[in-house]
Write a protein that binds this ligand. Structure first.
Ligand SMILES: Nc1ncnc2c1ncn2[C@@H]1O[C@H](COP(=O)(O)OP(=O)(O)O)[C@@H](O)[C@H]1O
Ligand SMILES: [Mg+2]
Length: 155
């Protein structure tokens, strides 16, 4: 039997009379690649924000890795990596300083940060851009930095 890693039951989010998510129930298994598709405004981003506890549901509930999305959101955010369509990087900071900043946010100690960043920029083939400002990179390179950021804490 596979382990369920994401589960929602009747998950609902209402914004002033508008149901952004309405009674969503789903189960996602470990190792499963799950696509949640829908047109603009269908409620996909709201669902992700509910899962990670950035928003509280109007009703229903959600859990990630067995952790409750409302009461254990800090633990969830330590264990998941999220890459949105508009990744926020500090445009004037270098690739390295961006990654170091987000690693610090996750309380990763200095030596481990240095090693992790070194490995990530190598893995993503952007080691030669390490000292470039994020704002000066091509879109594809920025996206690579954003992925590196999303996995810097080994989610
Ligand atoms: N913070 C908010 N306040 C009010 N309405 C919101 C908010 N966030 C999203 N919505 C509305 O909820 C609906 C779903 O949005 P969203 O989850 O961003 O859709 P998707 O990511 O699928 O394009 C949209 O109608 C959007 O305008
Ligand atoms: Mg969206």
């Amino acid at each position: 039997m596979s382990k369920i890693v994401v589960e929602t039951q009747g998950l609902t989010k209402e914004f002033d009379g508008l149901y952004a998510v309405n009674g969503l129930s789903l189960k996602i298994n470990e190792s499963e690649i799950f696509g949640l598709l829908g047109p603009n405004g269908a409620g996909k981003t709201t669902t992700v924000r509910l899962l990670t506890g950035m928003l509280e549901p109007s009703s229903g509930n959600a859990s990630v890795l067995g952790l409750n999305s409302v009461t254990q959101s800090n633990q969830i955010r330590e264990r998941v990596g999220i890459l949105t369509e508009t990744p926020s990087l500090y445009q004037r900071l270098s690739v390295r300083d961006n990654l170091d900043f987000f690693a610090k946010v996750h309380d990763i100690p200095k030596e481990e940060r240095d090693l992790t960043i070194k490995n990530l920029v190598k893995q993503f083939d952007i080691a030669d851009k390490e000292n470039e400002a994020a704002g000066k990179l091509s879109k594809g390179m920025r996206q690579k930095v954003a992925i590196a950021r999303a996995i810097i804490h080994s989610p």
